[in-house]
Structures are given as C-alpha cells and as structure tokens.
Ligand binder design. Structure first.
Ligand code: NI
Length: 279
C-alpha cells in the first residue's frame, strides 16, 4: 500500500495540528457564475449503444440522481467530500450512507480498482460524480508525456466502459504534476482537481480522529480529501455529514463547487478565499 498512501503537496501545505490544510488557494479559477438556473453534472456521454449495453438500471452521471439547483459557493456554505483510490470493498457501503443522507460527493477512482470492483464503481457513479485518479497511482512526474497520455486514456476508457460516462476531472496521485503533466492534462481536456482539507485518514485510521480533523478544518468552500478504502473513514462519514449540516453546510460535488465551469489543465483546490457569505 505504501506508494498509494497519502497525498502530499509539500511545497504548499502547512502542517496544522498533525494534519495538513491547504490555504484555500485557487489557481486559475474561472470567473464564478451567478449560481442561478438549472445545473447539471458535467459529463461526457459515451455512444448511446454502449451506454444502453451498460445500463445498470440505476441513474448514471448523465442522468443525475439528484438534479441540482447550483448553489453559489461564494455565498452558500459549500463543502465537497471527495473519496480517492477506490473503488474498493468499502465503496458500496459508503455510497449507501451518502445516498440515504442525500449527500453528493466526488469519487476519484483508479482505473485498476474500477477493473477489480466494477459493481462498486457503478454504485458510486449512480449517486456521485466519478472522476479519474489515474490507472495505478503512479506519480505523473515519473512518467513521460506519452505514458501520461496512455494512462489517462486507459483509465477514462475503463471508467466509461464500466459506468457509462467518461470522467471530466482528474486528481493527480500525490497531487504531483509538472509542466509536462499539465500539458497532457490540458490536451486531454481534464481540469486538475486537488483539495484544501486533508485529515490524513489513510494514516490515522480512526473514525473519531477523522471526524474531528475534518470538523476542525472545514470552511465554506473546502474540498475534503478522504479515501474509500478504510472502514474507519466510512464510519466517520455519517457524523461528518450530520455535524457539517448542523453548521449550515451544503454538500456539493467538485464540479458543483465551481459551478460546473472548470477549465482543462487548470488547478483547483478549494474556494475558501472567494467566500463572501455571512459568518
Ligand atoms: Ni490517491
């Protein structure tokens, strides 16, 4: 598990009380939209014949489970829960919890895990936004341009063939990109989705600690990094949801956090710095 565990952007994180909190910086965010009008999950549908063949009877991302009125995340207290490195044996239980709470989320799936747990991938895609985290958690900075392009295509294809739509966001393993990787992601049409709150759930493996760290760190506009690999993380989720809701937070997908307007090759962490709502 070693290489897969954890995400580190050492250059920009500030250690705070045993976990890391990105400073809510947004690089190259587009001009926010007004937040009114119907909003749809951004997804690129695959060919209809392929979709029909893959129809699981559950709503897919191209038919959102919850058609959502876009919240304006500069004003609303938005928070995005994200789950990386799955799907795994924990994913279906997690999706059930999210579903019964009516909470959208974003899953950054590994292509290799999708191949291993296709039913869990479909369960996630039936309720949540499903995005790419690469094939096998290799840092893009260790790959050539050709290898990155091949990895992106392979992962997108596995996800599309399994859940019926292609991912429209990419989260680099370890949050690591260099200029060549950014070029490839831009060419592939993928925005770079990072995070602003990291409770290090992969390290602590304790539901109480994960819950406390998330609650301590979340601000309006936060994107929270979790992993759908650990029972302790899944156990923490209902309490995280209940307590953030009690504080007036609205749950959104990563795409919703930016009003569905994320640009290929641009980097997004959180929107805390843009928030102008009432305290
Ligand atoms: Ni990861």
């Amino acid at each position: 598990m070693g290489a897969r565990l954890g995400h580190v952007i050492r250059a920009v994180v500030a250690a705070t009380g045993g976990f890391t909190l990105l400073a809510g910086c947004v690089f190259g965010a587009p001009t926010p939209t007004g937040g009114s009008g119907a909003w749809q999950l951004v997804s690129q549908s695959v060919a209809p014949a392929e979709s029909a063949a893959l129809d699981t009877g559950r709503p897919g991302p191209e038919r959102p489970a919850q058609p959502v009125q876009a919240p304006d995340c500069r004003v609303e207290r938005c928070v995005a829960l994200t789950f990386d490195d799955g799907p795994s044996g924990q994913t279906t239980r997690l999706v059930g919890l999210l579903e019964s709470a009516g909470v959208p989320a974003t899953f950054f799936a590994l292509g290799s895990q999708v191949a291993e747990h296709p039913a869990a991938a479909r369960a996630a895609a039936g309720h949540a936004e499903i995005a790419s985290h690469g094939w096998a958690h290799t840092s893009l900075t260790k790959l050539t341009g050709h290898q990155i392009a091949a990895e992106l295509v392979r992962t997108n294809r596995a996800i599309a063939e399994t859940v019926g739509s292609r991912p429209t966001l990419f989260r680099p393993p370890y949050g690591a990109v260099d200029a060549a990787a950014v070029d490839e992601l831009r060419r592939a049409g993928l925005p770079i989705a990072l995070w602003s709150v990291d409770p290090e759930d992969w390290k602590v493996r304790d539901a109480d600690a994960v819950h406390r760290r998330v609650l301590d760190a979340v601000r309006p506009g936060s994107v929270v990094l979790l992993h759908d690999l650990y029972a302790s993380t899944v156990d923490a989720v209902p309490r995280i949801i209940a307590d953030l809701r009690a504080q007036g937070f609205v749950f959104v997908t990563v795409s919703q956090m930016w009003g569905g307007e994320l640009a290929a090759g641009e980097t997004y962490t959180g929107r805390e710095a843009e928030w102008v709502g009432r305290q």
